[in-house]
Design a protein around this ligand. Sequence first.
Ligand code: FAD
Ligand code: FES
Length: 292
Amino acid sequence: MTHPLSASHYSDHASQAKVRIVENVPIAKQTYRLRFDCQEIATRIVPGQFVMIRLADGDDPLLARPFALYDTVLGVSGKPVGLDIVYLVLGKMTTRLAGLLPGTELDVWGPLGNGFSSQESGHLVMVAGGIGQTPFPALAQEAFGRRSYGDPPRSVAAVQRVTLCYGARSSDYLADIDRFEHLGVDVRVSTDDGTAGHKGLVTDLVKGVLSEKKADEQIRIVCCGPEPMMESVAAIAAQSDISCQVSLETPMACGIGICFSCVTRVRDATGEWDYKRTCVDGPVFEASQIEW
Ligand SMILES: Cc1cc2nc3c(=O)[nH]c(=O)nc-3n(C[C@H](O)[C@H](O)[C@H](O)COP(=O)(O)OP(=O)(O)OC[C@H]3O[C@@H](n4cnc5c(N)ncnc54)[C@H](O)[C@@H]3O)c2cc1C
Ligand code: FES
């Protein structure tokens, strides 16, 4: 085993591939689903892990960008052959991605990061802000026992219930609600402008779900989105003594532990904090350990 400060400690578990885009389609305002064949990564990736993507045809932007697993794509044999990621058009890379046609080559490496823990509870509550819903389709599939992920496939105790609290700026940014509902997820929506669901914060939805908690119900929260929203959800979970994991979206340069561009302050068991690399120690952390 190599030393944890050595890049190979992490990158040896990842593979790098030149892939071709199969599909790149809009699914909501400024939001696209990108599909590419990549059997080696698709076979091993688990929910909450991510891949780094770089445009293969030049050096602008020079650095790759991280994107969460949306879901794996199964081939005719039922085995994973490709990946879906979903991205919001934000800056240079995502603007260029949105213009790419099927057949275009990308450089991809992964699977990276730790992923969500596989211990499920009776009721899994997924909390998403904006594009933070992207790690959840695969997690919901796994929690319901519909799909397995990893090689060998990791085992997860199935849940009784999955709820998604999903907050967005307005209704046109909400992506793939039908997909979650089709899986059997109880979807609750909030928008800043009231164009869909509750007009207000996604944290109001979380408080609502927790207020309905039955005495013997075991709830686990997983959360991804803007940092202030995750901090608020972490505080709500702590007040209710509920386990909460957050998936951080810290900007990253390498994704494999070399550059330390992605550090965040994480507390250990003694309460002392230290900088941890989100790409290799995360992106998923216990919310109670983050020094917000
Ligand atoms: C583990 C992980 C998983 C991610 N998964 C997804 C995903 O599934 N879908 C998705 O759309 N995005 C995801 N992101 C965020 C995504 O990597 C960035 O949005 C992307 O780097 C933007 O690239 P760009 O070149 O288009 O924008 P840039 O030109 O790099 O940035 C444009 C603007 O956005 C700001 N910015 C860039 N990255 C972030 C960030 N992470 N948080 C806040 N502000 C930022 C920049 O400071 C700048 O102001 C993920 C990030 C991480 C760390
Ligand atoms: S992105 Fe380089 S160390 Fe994390």
